[in-house]
Design a protein around this ligand. Structure first.
Ligand SMILES: Nc1ncnc2c1ncn2[C@@H]1O[C@H](COP(=O)(O)OP(=O)(O)OP(=O)(O)O)[C@@H](O)[C@H]1O
Ligand SMILES: [Mg+2]
Length: 214
């Protein structure tokens, strides 16, 4: 196994009752690399993204992080190993603030209550990197889809994931919003974050790609 590879998936297969969603799919991802997985509807993109980020187990095949074989029972375990997923359907709590969403599982406490100042301070620190103008105290339901996506990315970044998996991140963005997203990816890429992106017009960032077919 080549140590330079941050993430490697080898011969991944996934069978659902009556469907073989993935057949012998191999993907390599190196530091600072953006890897696209392209394919038509039903080709298995979401299935692959879910397997790589711990949301689902493969029927067979292996996954390696920096040359070491890993097996995730859930997304928490993948997160600990540095892999975060930005979902195809955004998965935020609309009625909570941006800061609460970013730190939903790690809310800073003081005397048994959420320490709001500290929470908002930590969230500001993460959000600053994205130059988006999004405020920690804003409600997520007041944000545009692309802003919500930035919040999801901020959440993954705050969890110190070095590998970000996007499942069709531009499917609900307009061209300008997609450009903004690519700008953010470009910035993180310089800091050796690595990305796997499913099925989008990300040619500008492409070094490597995997095609899936149903
Ligand atoms: N939980 C499941 N149970 C049974 N079959 C499933 C399940 N999830 C996906 N499939 C099937 O696996 C195949 C791949 O689906 P998947 O959602 O991964 O495709 P996709 O490439 O993400 O498609 P889309 O472009 O529509 O998002 C499809 O035939 C789908 O019906
Ligand atoms: Mg999908």
């Amino acid at each position: 196994m080549n140590e330079e590879k941050l993430l490697a998936a080898e011969k991944i297969e996934k069978e659902f009752p009556g469907t073989k969603a993935l057949k012998g799919v191999s993907v390599d991802l190196r530091k600072g690399e953006v890897h696209a997985v392209a394919g038509e509807n039903g080709a298995g993109k979401s299935t692959l993204m879910n397997i790589l980020s711990g949301g689902m187990r493969q029927t067979s095949g292996n996954i390696y992080i920096e040359g070491k074989q890993v097996s995730f029972s859930n997304t928490k375990e993948a997160q600990k190993a540095g892999i975060g997923l930005v979902h195809q359907e955004l998965a935020l709590f609309p009625e909570l603030t941006v800061a609460e969403n970013i730190f939903v599982e790690r809310l800073p406490q003081r005397k048994g209550f959420v320490h709001k100042e500290e929470l908002n301070r930590q969230a500001s620190e993460v959000l600053e990197q994205f130059h988006s103008g999004i405020k920690p105290t804003q409600l997520v339901e007041e944000l545009s889809v692309s802003e919500q996506q930035i919040v999801e990315i901020a959440k993954v970044v705050s969890e110190e994931c070095r590998i970000i998996i996007f499942d069709e991140p531009t499917s609900s963005l307009n061209e300008e919003e997609a450009c903004q997203l690519f700008k953010i990816i470009g910035e993180l890429k310089k800091r050796e974050w690595a990305f796997t992106i499913s099925a989008i017009s990300c040619l500008k960032f492409l070094r490597s790609a995997t095609g899936l077919r149903s």
